[in-house]
Structure formats: C-alpha cells, structure tokens
Design a protein around this ligand. Structure first.
Ligand SMILES: [Mn+2]
Length: 356
C-alpha cells in the first residue's frame, strides 16, 4: 500500500505540502482541481501545474479525489452524452499525465452529510458528527447553509455553494430517479468510460454513500456489500473498482467491513481508513483512528486489506480538530498525521507477523 493524505491545493487547504512530506512514510497526496465544476473538462495546463507543484515538494499525486460526476449523468438526462464525453477527455488527460486513480461518487445532490462539524468530545477535541433526528427535521437548504457557515471559511468538498444554490432544481431533477434507474445510469456511465480506463490503466474507485442510507428521500445505491458486488458484476472490468471508505460504510453497524474487504479482492483501488463511534442508533461521531477510541476494529480492517493483497493508495480520513489547529473541518494536519502513523504501525505489524 502507499500511504497518502488528501490535499486540496494551494489556497484551498490550511495544510502545506511541505508539512505533509514530513509525516513518516507518507509519499503521495490525493488531490483535485478544486476550482472546476462537475462536467467541466480539465485542462492539460492545470493538470500539469498541480502535478509539478506536488512533485516539487518531493511527493507524487497518488490519485484524484474527485473528478465529480455531473447530475445529468446521474439522472440519465439527454445531455449526459456531452458530459460523459467531457469526462472521457479529462480521464484521457489524466492518463497522459500518468495519473491512474480516480475516486468519484454517485450520490444524488449531496455528497457526505454531517449535522455537526465541530462537536466537542470529552478530551476537548472536536469532531464531525451526525444525528438522524436532526436530518429528519431539517430543511436541506438550511443544512447546506449551516455547513457553509461552520467550515472555518473553507469550501467543503461536496458542498460547493455554486452547485447548492440550485438545490430546488437539483431535487426536481431526481424526482423520477429511483435506485434502479440510478444504478442503470451508473453502469451506462462506467461502460462508456471503461475503454479509456483500459487504454491508460486508470482505476475508477467509487466512494460509498455517506452515511450508508438514503437522506432527504434521495436514492442511494452504494452502501452495502451486496450493492457493491452488484456493481462489480454490472460492469465486470477490473478498472471498475471501489474506494473502501470505512467511515462511510461503517456508519451502518450492520456492515461488516473486514468481510466486505474480503469480498472485493482485486477491486479495491483506494482506501479511506478512519474510525467512528456509535452513540445511539441515531447518532455517531468521528473518533480518533485508534480502535479503542471508536467502534471499529482497525487492526481487523488493516489485516483484511493486507490479506487481499491491497497495494493501492490508502489515506487516513477525517481527523478531529486538536491542539488548537484551525483548518477545514475533518482535514487538519495533526490528527490525520497521527492517523497515518497509527495505520502505518498496524500495517507493519500485520506484514511482519504474516511473514513468520
Ligand atoms: Mn471517505
């Protein structure tokens, strides 16, 4: 595996490449062109520029998170052809630049959802949290503005104000899209882009729904083992793969993460590994990566990844805000650096004990 950290780009991130490079064992970043909108073609110049900037710091771009999918592709609107063509052009340019991993999601309207970006924990740190009772009563518009106004001045990935200014229209677009239709549209998109992925060796890694169930009545199709395997069979090409995100799949305690990992051998191209703590059936908060701080067995997760021969990029996921750091919620340096170091330690232990 290759240990990486997400980096949003100069001007969009409180963390610098020079700091990331000093985290032990960290060799790459996962980044994106933060100023591009879903459906837009990425220019060769912009790709070359971010690549040069990352490489000048002694790191490499291990993958892109994300090249976002235009809603016309998700809803299957007639103009999807144009946007799929645009996506293929972007993939081609990434492939030509030697970038071979693209994370994306197929969640309607909202990417990840949290009801609190800075819940105070007993040790004085803050973490993002989710409460279903709040989601059941809040208007999606209020949720969107709350997230924007509590993000310490940073634009949160997936909550771009340009797109969410049109929430009503977005909801209307999905009115006739049920889970089956959304799945068909996803397979249609993947089948169209697979020849380009084959040509350049690009691994597509779908990110699971976060949380792992439907919110605001919108359909969601990537949140259980069965649904992940259904998609792997639906487009049976090794380049159609998964971002194994423990914090997203793990929002549903019924998802047995090590078992899911074992069932996806050869199809996990990217891993987001973090822990969370279930408080009540309606409430969870993001924990430190350490197993004992949350509800997940991080050793079992790392061992399962090792056992299937996982060799892609892995990154610590959302961290807590600690030591007075002010950054984008979930994406400060300190707790993610602790997380990366812990995951590296688990990996070394699993690797050495397996060799005996
Ligand atoms: Mn994730």
């Amino acid at each position: 595996m290759q240990m990486t950290m997400r980096w949003f780009g100069t001007g969009h991130d409180s963390v610098k490449l020079e700091q990331i490079r000093q985290v032990p064992g960290l060799t790459g970043v996962i980044t994106t062109l933060y100023n591009t909108q879903p459906g837009e073609v990425w220019t060769r110049e912009a790709i070359a520029a971010i690549k040069a900037e990352v490489e000048a710091s002694g790191l490499v771009i291990a993958g892109i998170e994300s090249v976002n999918i235009h809603d016309a592709i998700k809803t299957g609107a007639p103009e999807r052809e144009k946007y799929i063509d645009n996506y293929i052009t972007t993939l081609t340019r990434l492939g030509e630049a030697g970038i071979k991993l693209v994370c994306y999601n197929f969640m309607p309207v909202f990417d990840w959802t949290r009801t609190d970006l800075a819940r105070k924990r007993s040790d004085g740190s803050t973490a993002m949290a989710y409460n279903q009772k709040i989601v059941d009563t809040i208007d999606p518009n209020d949720m969107s503005s709350a997230i924007q106004s509590n993000s310490n001045g940073y634009v949160m990935a997936g909550w771009e104000p340009e797109r969410l200014a049109h929430l009503k229209e977005l909801f209307a677009m999905y009115q006739d899209v049920d889970e089956e239709k959304l799945f068909e549209n996803l397979c249609y998109f993947l089948k169209r882009i697979m020849p380009t992925c084959d040509k350049y060796g690009i691994n597509m890694a779908i990110h699971p729904d976060d949380p792992a169930w439907s919110v605001f009545g919108l359909p969601r199709i990537i949140n259980t083992k069965e649904k992940l395997l259904h998609l792997m069979r639906g487009v049976d090409n090794p380049h159609n793969g998964v971002t194994l995100c423990t914090g997203s799949l793990g929002t549903n305690p019924k998802n047995d993460i090590p078992d899911i990992i074992g069932s996806l051998k050869g199809r996990i191209h990217f891993a987001h590994v973090r822990n969370l703590r279930y408080n009540t059936p309606d409430d969870f908060e993001e924990a430190a990566h350490l197993s004992t701080d949350g509800s997940m067995d991080m050793y079992a997760i790392i061992k399962a990844l090792y056992d299937i021969g996982f060799n892609g990029p892995i990154r610590p996921d959302h961290g807590r805000a600690i030591w007075g750091e002010v950054g984008m919620p979930g994406y400060g340096l300190y707790d993610r650096a602790l997380g990366a170091t812990y995951l590296n330690g688990l990996w070394e232990a699993v690797e050495k004990s397996s060799r005996k």
